[in-house]
Design a protein around this ligand. Structure first.
Ligand code: NDP
Ligand code: BG6
Length: 530
């Protein structure tokens, strides 16, 4: 029974039908490093609970939390219950289900820099596996500060907790040996050099096939739907190119500020925090060529080509193609909010950008000459992530003066919230004359499927358990996106050193600085109001 007495309902999710999770993961243990942290509480455990409730996890499954502070299993379970009650998609909690779920949650205290902690973890893990009859399949989730990623993986290696799988060409033992996979949180490095170094460190212990680098945008239903939209429908692909597309706008807007993450954000800024990963992943899925198969390497090979084809912004065009800005005090939804420099753990003279707008080209046959305008910012008027594809105008307009009201066709793909897709086109107004008005055809996930899309982390955790890396980023993808982004950072650093370049400001609650509008206006275009 549910808390509050409502009946238990385990509903098949139509959004999941036909997807990989028709396979059931093998019994396994998941070790979460950083289990007492914010991400584990707000995202990971709620996602695992929702998966349990949707019967998508194996019947035999254990969770072992690992962190520094001392805690009993019971205290850890109590903490997680409160977190799941607040954050799980499937709420209110089902008491019976929670009891069964929590019985297989354990806590192990330790430190990432202490080999004895990994030896103790191994002993504990093996004991739990024996008791629960688990075959030794393991997923290690690194929800730790990024500075600890390499140390944790070294610790796993020294304790022989994550042995690499046999090479694909080797004879397959029957039954297959247990798997050991490692999920790594973001940020993966802070620039090209650090990302390469981290890949090197990780590869000293793990095989690339064991590594699952998280970009939670890839777990969003609507981001995955880009693949279905493009490659399961015959009518869009023929117009998905520079013959028909005038330009593309991608917006990742948030109304929240940096909240409690000022210390992290000071070192990151919007370009690292949102563009290097989430927005460039969206660009790569949007722009890639059809893969030869829906398998991890085929999809990621094509995405990689897009990232490698991003044109480096020439020195001479830098100021016309790149805008960075920081939010000043302002008002959002009628509430006054402080400026970035007044946020906790932010320097009063910080030059970290909380907004970035870019004009980007992809040097490929398909996209030659098509500008991609990207923008992302915090403290914008609302939370919305959207791709808007502007198509070219009809080559010859027949309607004289009445044609002046014709707008370009825009296909908008709403990633969140109000997930859906809309196509705008001109239609004749009812009446005796040929008056034309813009109208829209819309698809909405909520009304079409009657369910909310699952949380991104649900999908990603499940895919890792299933051994499907399609929605995780590969080493070469991460390095390619850093190679592009690091040049922008380098230019900003050079500007700062030379006393050049300016950081614009925008009032919180507005759509960014005037410079972002000028970037578009210079091309005779304007940002779409999402
Ligand atoms: P927190 O600071 O909230 O949690 C960090 C966790 O790591 C705590 O459990 C802490 O344990 C543990 N820890 C830190 N140092 C050690 C150590 N030396 N030995 C053992 N345990 C240690 O971080 P978040 O949960 O916010 O972030 C975790 C990761 O997820 C980061 O990589 C972050 O970039 C990423 N991420 C987080 C997001 C979020 O919304 N929070 C969003 C996107 C990515 P203890 O508390 O016991 O000290
Ligand atoms: C995270 C960033 O990766 O993505 C955050 O670190 C940002 O700063 C978040 O708020 C946005 O995610 P979503 O799913 O809310 O769009």
């Amino acid at each position: 029974m549910l808390e509050g007495g409502a009946p238990t309902d385990v509903v098949a999710n139509p959004l999941r039908q036909g997807l990989a999770e028709e396979r059931v993961p093998e019994p396994a243990a998941m070790v979460i490093f950083g289990a007492s942290g914010d991400l584990a509480h707000r995202k990971l455990l709620p996602a695992l609970y929702s998966l349990t409730r949707d019967r998508l996890l194996p019947a035999r499954f254990a969770i072992i939390g690992f962190a520094r502070r001392a805690m009993t299993d019971e205290a850890f379970r109590d903490e997680l219950r409160a977190a799941c009650a607040e954050h799980a998609r499937r709420r209110p909690l089902d008491n019976d289900l929670w009891a069964a779920f929590a019985a297989n949650i354990f806590y192990q205290q330790g430190s990432y820099d202490d080999p004895a902690s990994f030896a103790a973890l191994k002993t504990r893990l093996e004991g739990i596996e024996r008791t629960l009859g688990l075959p030794g399949n393991r997923v290690f989730y690194l929800a730790t500060p990024p500075s600890s990623f390499a140390a944790v993986i070294r610790g796993l290696g020294h304790a022989n907790l994550a042995p690499p799988p046999p090479p694909p060409e080797a004879a397959r033992p029957v039954p297959p040996p247990p798997f050991a996979r490692v999920i790594i949180e973001k940020p993966f490095g802070t620039d090209l050099t650090t990302a390469r170094a981290l890949n090197r460190d990780i590869h000293a212990t793990l095989n690339e096939r064991q590594i699952y680098r998280i970009d939670h945008y890839l777990g969003k239903e609507t981001v995955q739907n880009l693949l279905v939209f493009r490659f399961a429908n015959g009518i869009f692909e023929p117009v998905w190119n520079n013959h028909f597309v005038d330009h593309v706008q991608i917006t990742g807007a948030e109304s929240i500020g940096v909240e409690a993450r000022g210390g992290y954000f000071e070192q990151a800024g919007s370009l690292r925090d949102m563009v290097q990963n989430h927005l460039l992943q969206v660009v790569s899925l949007f722009a890639m060529e059809p893969p030869i198969a829906f398998d991890p390497d085929a999809v990621r090979d094509e995405k990689l080509k897009v990232l490698k084809a991003l044109r480096h912004i020439p020195e001479s065009d830098f100021d016309r193609q790149v805008v960075r800005a920081q939010y000043a005090p302002g008002s959002i939804a009628g509430r006054m909010v402080r400026g970035y420099r007044d946020e906790p753990n932010v320097s009063p003279d910080s030059t970290t950008e909380t907004f970035v707008a870019l004009k980007v080209f992809i040097d490929s046959w398909r996209w030659a000459g098509v500008p991609f305008y990207l923008r992302s910012g915090k403290r914008l008027p609302k939370r919305v992530t959207e791709i808007a594809v502007y198509f070219k105008e009809a080559p010859h307009l027949l309607f004289g003066r009445r044609g002046e009201s014709i707008r370009p066709n825009v296909l908008s793909i709403r990633i969140q919230p109000d997930e859906g897709i809309a196509l705008n086109f001109g239609s004749k107004l009812p009446g005796p004359s040929m008056e034309i008005a813009p109208v829209s055809m819309e698809f909405r996930y909520g009304s079409s499927f009657g369910v909310e899309p699952p949380e991104a982390y649900e999908r990603l955790l499940l895919d890792c358990l299933l051994g499907d890396g399609t929605l995780f980023t590969r080493a070469d993808e991460v390095e390619a996106s850093w190679a592009w982004v690091s040049r922008l950072h380098q230019r900003w650093a050079d500007d700062t050193a030379a006393g050049r370049g300016s950081l614009a400001t925008y009032a919180a609650g507005t759509w960014g600085p005037a410079a972002a509008d000028r970037l578009m206006a210079a091309d005779g275009r304007a940002w779409r109001m999402p």
